[in-house]
Design a protein. Structure first.
Length: 234
């Protein structure tokens, strides 16, 4: 995968309309990187996830223009705030009180629904009670943003089951994700590269089935358990 870096280390992805912020090492597990993603779309550009180092002058905004909404997958992202960047923030109702401790919340949702014709909001509880995936359909791809519910570990798919996570709900959400039609996985956290991954129906199902099987056996669901992720709540 070729990923062109600009002077500010922002990555222009190979996916038309998708922009990745520079990788931001996770403090307690610096081999893991966080990223936010910009989505260029006609009805209004979106920002998905949160990081702390994304300035309003980031070159991605030259293409994206004004951000109409920012969506968080779940509450842990709220600890990472980019100063000077404050699009209207939307989170699941169950994440509101936690997120609102650090950022004003513009709106909440609790049900699966569409934003315009191309962006679907799909609650996937488990990692946290209001964790929510987003499915964005472009002319070329269907991108699924899974937060920490499925993250990338040097190209392998892992899940982050915390002490406070609900394992049964997590499994149910993975079963839901398994049935979604998508061909690009875009998590919040990735260890190494890629930071997003092109997939296909059979590949995605095989990988998700493997995670579900590990969870059902009561094992850690990580591809290679980073441990600290589960202990500290990211
Ligand atoms: Zn998390």
């Amino acid at each position: 995968m070729t990923q062109r870096k600009t002077a500010s280390e922002q990555i222009d992805t190979e996916i038309s309309g998708l922009y990745a912020s520079a990788p931001e090492p996770l403090g307690f597990a610096p081999e893991h990187d966080l990223r936010a993603f910009g989505l260029r779309r006609e009805p209004g550009s979106l920002l998905i996830y949160s990081v702390s180092g994304l300035g309003g002058d980031s070159p991605m905004f030259e293409d994206l223009g004004d951000i109409s909404r920012q969506y968080l997958n779940h509450r842990h992202e709220a600890a990472f705030i980019s100063e000077g960047l404050s699009p209207p923030l939307f989170v699941h109702e169950n994440e509101r009180s936690s997120v609102a401790e650090s950022r004003p919340v513009e709106g909440t949702f609790s049900e699966r629904h569409m934003l315009d014709e191309d962006f679907e909001v799909i609650p996937t509880p488990g990692h946290t009670s209001g964790a929510t995936a987003f499915l964005w359909e472009t002319d070329e791809h269907r991108l699924l943003f899974t937060g920490d519910t499925i993250y990338l570990d040097e190209g392998e798919w892992g899940a982050a089951v915390l002490d406070q996570s609900d394992r049964d709900l997590y499994i149910g959400s993975l079963e839901l994700i398994r049935e979604l039609d998508f061909d690009v996985l875009v998590p919040w956290v990735a260890r190494g590269l890629p930071c997003y991954q092109v997939t296909g129906e059979a590949d995605a199902r095989r990988r998700i089935d493997a995670i579900i099987a590990r969870l059902r056996r009561g094992e850690a669901a990580d591809a290679r358990p980073p441990g600290s992720i589960r202990e500290t709540g990211t």
